[in-house]
Design a protein. Structure first.
Length: 89
């Protein structure tokens, strides 16, 4: 019988494969080149979601992915829409 840690990893792998979750690297683990320097990819996602906030942008730090995501969800009231935006990214 497999130990609990192995079962947890298998369950995670199955969830990723079936599209029930999206594997995201830790903060700063992935970067893109912007203005000649490496920028964490989560900032690019945050800024992209921030662009869609319209008038609410003035009240939101575009680099705060957690808060930008919450405001984007509150605006659309659609978790599916937010999930699609993130998956498309």
């Amino acid at each position: 019988m497999e130990n609990p840690a192995q079962l947890n990893y298998k369950a995670l792998a199955h969830s990723i494969q079936s599209g029930k979750c999206i594997l995201v690297l830790g903060r700063g683990a992935s970067t893109y080149l912007e203005g000649g320097q490496d920028t964490p990819i989560h900032l690019k996602l945050s800024r992209q979601l921030w662009e869609g906030l319209g008038e609410q942008r003035d009240e939101v730090n575009p680099d705060d992915l957690r808060y930008v995501s919450q405001v984007a969800y509150d605006k659309s009231r659609s978790l599916t829409e937010l999930q699609i935006d993130v998956a498309d990214f």
